[in-house]
Design a protein around this ligand. Structure first.
Ligand code: MEV
Length: 438
């Protein structure tokens, strides 16, 4: 039974691993070897990674793949994608090629506003609070001038500070509801620093406000934090073509395919069980680019799914229709992304991913990312309404099993040929490999 540990963070990396091996891995030398196998020989590079988080013992690799041929607003892009799931990069590349032959993807920014809130309790007269807020509003701006200066030079900063009365939902609860433009940075630190200053100003000014009673002076700050719900930081990506151009590689006519595809999207618009999986497929593309570019995928995930529920019901993030013989497929996604700050200047592979994307602005990255999502969603639906997804997945599954059993290239060739005409299951592959080897 493992014992609790005191002062773990102060142990060296080797000491942490020894502690781990002793307490959780039965001193297994093999396990320790695996952990150390992933250390980078370049000590400086390893130190950089060690210092991203706390208590680091090793690196956790994920593959970085490339999806070429993305024609977006008339220019070609190759998308760096970090993801562990097989088939995603292949599907993205296939969808990119398909749409590059049909005019490519169109993407546009619908908004760039980010949001932060100071949540506080005020017990007293709301009219007095409103008058007080109007009077002290300039002080908020003054208090953060040292933080906003640079952002303002880049054209961003604080857009608006609003007082919100939330007392109908919780007794005495109000907010400062603040909107920001953080330009090319994701802006979490900038927003949170501003909000914490606003909170200080609010509490301090309230405490000495002449018009307030003692109770009103005791305005209580609960917390100050950005919101990862960014419905006004929105990007739209779209593809369209004549219905009859949709035929390639399907046994259906363009009309049949379009109709079935649109029905599949409609199902995701009305049926939450399907919508979640539909959106998961779209997020396969989004997350892979978000990760490759060092952005916060948890923030993106939380915000996107909240957006998918904005009508009160969880729905599809993409939509499709036919208008006058033209098939249209599009998505609108709230994406708070950055191309400066955070990991972007620190992680060598993130820098490289941004170089591959030709050093995009945050707005350009929003467009590219939304396109990756739409492409992935298109690819998944296309498989689902035609061949089904298992065909492609099982091919990858076959490779995974063959690799697991250390099949040689020659064995792989024979097995792939055999399983073109036979059903792939784990046991059938193992059985066939054993036959081949004997
Ligand atoms: C698998 O990662 C994603 C799909 O399930 C998406 C979908 O069903 O639309 C194939």
């Amino acid at each position: 039974m493992a014992k609790p540990v005191i002062g773990f963070s102060r142990l060296s990396k080797n000491e942490k691993i020894s502690w781990l091996a002793e307490n959780y891995l039965q001193n297994d030398a093999g396990a320790v070897k695996v952990l150390k196998q992933y250390w980078n020989e370049d000590e400086k590079l390893q130190k950089l990674h060690d210092e991203f988080i706390e208590n680091t013992v090793t690196n956790f690799y994920l593959p970085l793949g490339l999806a070429p041929n993305f024609l977006i607003n008339g220019s070609y892009h190759t998308l760096p994608m970090v993801i562990e799931e097989s088939s995603v990069v292949a599907a993205a590349s296939k969808a990119a090629k398909f749409w590059s032959e049909r005019g490519g993807f169109k993407a546009e920014i619908l908004g760039t506003q980010k949001i932060g809130q100071v949540h506080f309790l005020f017990t007293g007269n709301i009219e007095k609070l409103k008058a007080f807020f109007s009077r002290i509003k300039p002080l908020f701006h003054e208090a953060v001038q040292h933080i906003t200066q640079n952002m303002e030079k880049r054209g961003g900063g604080i857009l608006n500070i609003e007082l919100k009365d939330k007392t109908s939902e919780m007794e005495h609860y109000y907010q400062l509801f603040v909107t920001f433009d953080t330009r090319d940075s994701m802006g979490a630190n900038f927003i949170n620093s501003c909000l914490e200053k606003f909170a200080e100003v609010l509490a301090e000014e309230a405490s000495k406000e002449d018009t307030f009673s003692a109770e009103e002076k005791n305005l209580k700050i609960i917390m100050s934090i950005l919101s990862n719900y960014v419905p006004e930081c929105l990007v739209r990506a779209e593809v369209s073509c004549k219905v009859e151009e949709l035929t390639e590689n399907t046994e259906m006519t363009g009309e049949e395919f379009a109709e079935k595809f649109i029905q599949a999207v409609k199902i995701a618009e009305i049926e939450p069980y399907r919508a979640v999986t539909h959106n998961k497929g779209l997020m396969n593309g989004v997350d892979a680019v978000v990760l490759a570019t060092g952005n916060d995928f948890r923030a993106v995930e939380a915000g996107v799914h909240a957006y998918a529920s904005r009508t009160g019901k969880y729905r599809s993030l993409s939509h499709a229709e036919i208008v006058d013989g033209t098939f249209k497929f599009w998505t609108e996604l709230p994406l708070a992304l950055g191309t400066v700050g955070g990991l972007t200047g620190l992680h060598p592979l993130v820098k490289l991913a941004l170089d591959i994307l030709q050093k995009p602005s945050a707005q350009e990255l929003m467009k590219i990312t939304a396109v990756a999502g739409l492409a992935q969603n298109f690819a998944a639906l296309r498989s689902l309404v035609t061949t089904g997804i298992q065909q492609g997945h099982m091919k990858m599954h076959l490779m995974n099993i063959l690799n697991q059993y250390k099949a040689t290239d020659e064995e792989k060739k024979i097995m792939i040929e055999f399983f073109t005409h036979h059903t792939i299951t784990h046991s059938s592959v193992v059985e066939q490999l054993e036959k081949l080897r004997s």
